[in-house]
Write a protein that binds this ligand. Structure first.
Ligand code: NA7
Length: 531
C-alpha cells in the first residue's frame, strides 16, 4: 500500500488542470495536481517563444466561473501575450489558494488501474518508492504537448543553436544571428514576425503555405472594457450557445446570396477588424461547408497577399494550394514581414531539405543555408500524441495506445471503456473550439459525475464500449464530407509522419456538445456503467 492516497490526482497545470483542481477542491476531496514544469501554465508555460500570443479575444480567453475576477482582472489589448496568460493562470491559482495542492517539477510517467482495490497507481519519474494511489485520475496533458520534429538526414550534425518552440529556453539572444525557422503555422508565423525585428536574418522554411489573416490587435479602451463588463453574462451565454465559442457573431448568410461587391465589402470589413476565426466563421455561414464559398474566401486572401508582398516569386510561394480549412491562423504583419531585407522564404515543397550540415541546412537545389540558430516551429503530435510517452493501463493491463491502435476513440471526449475512473481532459473528440469554454463544459460534467457517484462510493464509473463506439462514430460522421477533411495539419493528425488521417475532434460545435452532455447527465449518466 502506498503512503500517499488521494481521492483524485490531476496531471497538468494548464487551463484544464487548474479548473479541475478548483472544482474538486470545492467538493473537499483530497486532490494532488502534478506538473513537470516548475510553474503553472501548461502549454502556456512551455511555449514562451518571442511573439507567443493567444489569437482568441482577451475577454473570452479566460475562465467564466470566477465572476469577480472577470470584472477586475486587467488586460491591455484585444489579445493576450504568453506572459499575460501565464500571469493570469498564476493569479487564479494564488487567489484560490490552490498552489499547495500542486507538485511542480514532477513528471508523470504512467498509471495502472488496480482491479482489486478500484484505484489507480500513479508513477512519477525518479520515484523509487511505491506509486501514489488515487481513486480518480484526471489527465489534463494538453492536446498539443508532444513536440513534433521533422526527420532530416544528419539532424545532429548542425553545430549552431537548436530549439523547438514548445520547449523555449529561459535565455537567448539572436541579435546579429542568422535564424532559420522551420514551420509557418500559428507558432512559426508569430515567431517570424517577432524575430525579423531582432535578428540579423531570418529564413522561413515553409512546407505548405497557409492562409493568414490579420488579428487586428490594439489596446482595449476603458469604454470597451466597461461594455464587456456590463454584458459578461450575455457574452458567456452567447459563447456557450455558439459553435466555435469565440464570442464572435457567427455568419448566417450564404456567400453567394450577396453580390460580388457586397461579398468583398464583408470580407474587407472582417479583414480590417481582424481575427482568423471571425474571417472563417463570422462572415458567411458556408465558408467551411461549401467549396465554392471557401474558394471565394481564399480568393480574397490571395488578393491581399498580392497587394502586400512585393516580390512575385515570394507571392507565388505564399499562396496556399489548399482550401481555407485548417485551424485558422491570424497574425498581424505576417505578409508585410516578407518585404523586409532580412527575411527570406524557402519553399520546402519545391526544394525539400536534403540534410543538416555543421553550418546549416541543405535543400535539394544544392543550396546550403548557413545559420547560427535553427528553430523548429513544427508543432505537435496532437491529442493522442500527448499519451504516446506515458504508459496508462486500464483493465487487464491494456494500454491506451493498444486501445487506440485502430482509431482514437472516447465517450464524450474524455472517457474510455475499460479505463474506469479515468478522465482524459481534452481527449479525442473534444470540441474544436476556443479552449477555455470547452474545458469548462468538460470539467463541470466530470465534477458533477464524481460528486453524484463518487464520494463515499468506492466503486467505478466507466464508459461502456457501446457508448464509446457510438460517440466516436458520431464524431466521425459529423465531419464526413466537410472541407476540413481536405486540409492537411494537426487537426486530423496529418502533420506527423506516419500518423493516419483521423478525426480527433468533435466538429458539431460547443452548443451541441453541451446539449449532448446535458442529455447524458439528465438521463442518469447513460453510457456509463457504475458499479
Ligand atoms: P502547426 O500548426 O502544426 O504547424 C506546424 C508547422 O510546421 C507547419 O507549417 C508544418 O508544415 C510544419 N512542419 C511540420 N512538420 C514538418 C516537416 N517534417 N518538415 C517541414 N515542415 C514541417 O503547429 P503550431 O505550433 O504552429 O500551432 C499549433 C497550434 O498551437 C495552433 O493551431 C494553435 O492552436 C496553437 P505543413 O503545413 O504540415 O506542411
Amino acid at each position: 500500500m502506498s503512503t500517499e492516497v488521494y481521492d483524485a490526482i490531476i496531471v497538468g497545470a494548464g487551463f484544464a488542470g487548474i479548473y479541475q483542481l478548483y472544482a474538486l477542491r470545492q467538493q473537499n476531496l483530497s486532490v494532488l495536481l502534478l506538473d513537470s514544469a516548475p510553474d503553472v501554465g501548461g502549454t502556456w508555460y512551455w511555449n514562451r517563444y518571442p511573439g507567443a500570443s493567444s489569437d482568441v479575444h482577451s475577454f473570452t480567453y479566460r475562465y467564466s466561473w470566477d465572476k469577480e475576477l472577470l470584472q477586475t482582472y486587467p488586460w491591455k489589448n484585444w489579445y493576450l501575450s504568453q506572459p499575460e496568460v501565464q500571469a493570469y493562470l498564476g493569479h487564479v491559482v494564488d487567489r484560490h489558494d490552490l498552489r499547495k495542492h500542486i507538485r511542480f517539477n514532477t513528471y508523470f510517467t504512467g498509471a495502472e488501474f488496480d482491479e482489486e482495490t478500484n484505484t489507480w497507481k500513479v508513477r512519477i519519474q525518479g520515484a523509487q518508492d511505491e506509486p501514489l494511489t488515487t481513486r480518480f485520475l484526471l489527465t489534463a496533458l494538453g492536446p498539443l504537448s508532444n513536440k513534433n520534429y521533422p526527420d532530416i538526414k544528419n539532424f545532429d550534425s548542425f553545430q549552431g543553436e537548436v530549439y523547438h518552440t514548445g520547449a523555449w529556453p529561459d535565455t537567448y539572444d539572436f541579435r546579429n544571428k542568422r535564424v532559420g525557422i522551420v514551420g509557418n503555422g500559428s507558432t512559426g508565423s508569430q515567431l517570424l514576425v517577432a524575430l525579423a525585428k531582432e535578428s540579423k536574418h531570418v529564413t522561413s522554411f515553409q512546407r505548405n503555405a497557409q492562409w493568414n489573416v490579420p488579428n487586428g490587435n490594439r489596446p482595449v479602451t476603458e469604454e470597451e472594457r466597461t461594455e464587456v463588463n456590463a454584458n459578461y453574462d450575455r457574452i458567456w451565454d452567447d459563447v456557450r450557445n455558439s459553435s466555435v465559442a469565440f464570442g464572435i457573431t457567427e455568419g448566417t448568410t450564404p456567400t453567394f446570396s450577396v453580390d460580388d461587391d457586397e461579398r468583398r465589402r464583408r470580407f474587407q470589413e472582417a479583414w480590417d477588424k481582424g481575427n482568423g476565426f471571425r474571417f472563417m466563421f463570422g462572415v458567411f455561414s458556408d465558408t467551411t461547408t461549401d467549396r465554392k464559398a471557401n474558394d471565394a474566401a481564399c480568393a480574397f486572401i490571395k488578393s491581399k497577399i498580392e497587394e502586400t508582398v512585393k516580390d512575385p516569386d515570394t507571392i507565388r510561394k505564399l499562396i496556399p494550394t489548399e482550401p481555407y480549412a485548417r485551424r485558422p491562423i491570424c497574425n498581424n504583419g505576417y505578409y508585410e514581414t516578407f518585404n523586409r531585407d532580412n527575411v527570406s522564404l524557402v519553399s520546402l515543397k519545391e526544394t525539400p531539405f536534403t540534410e543538416l550540415t555543421p553550418k546549416g541546412a541543405k535543400t535539394s537545389d544544392g543550396v546550403e543555408h548557413e545559420l547560427d540558430v535553427l528553430i523548429f516551429a513544427t508543432g505537435f503530435d496532437a491529442i493522442t500524441g500527448s499519451y504516446r510517452n506515458v504508459d496508462i493501463r486500464g483493465r487487464n493491463s491494456r494500454t491506451l495506445r493498444e486501445h487506440w491502435a485502430e482509431r482514437p476513440s472516447s465517450y464524450l471526449g474524455f472517457s474510455v471503456s475499460s479505463f474506469p475512473n479515468l478522465f482524459l481532459l481534452s481527449g479525442p473528440h473534444h470540441p474544436f473550439t476556443n479552449a477555455p469554454p470547452q474545458i469548462e463544459a468538460q470539467v463541470e460534467f466530470i465534477s458533477d459525475l464524481i460528486r453524484d457517484f463518487g464520494i463515499g462510493f468506492g466503486g467505478t464509473v466507466e464508459a461502456t464500449g457501446e457508448a464509446e463506439k457510438d460517440f466516436t462514430d458520431l464524431s466521425n460522421s459529423i465531419v464526413e464530407g466537410s472541407i476540413f477533411h481536405e486540409a492537411k495539419g494537426w487537426v486530423f493528425g496529418e502533420n506527423v509522419e506516419g500518423k493516419k488521417h483521423t478525426t480527433l475532434f468533435w466538429f458539431a460545435g460547443l452548443k451541441k456538445y453541451r446539449e449532448y452532455l446535458k442529455d447524458v447527465r439528465e438521463n442518469r449518466y447513460k453510457g456509463y456503467t457504475i458499479t
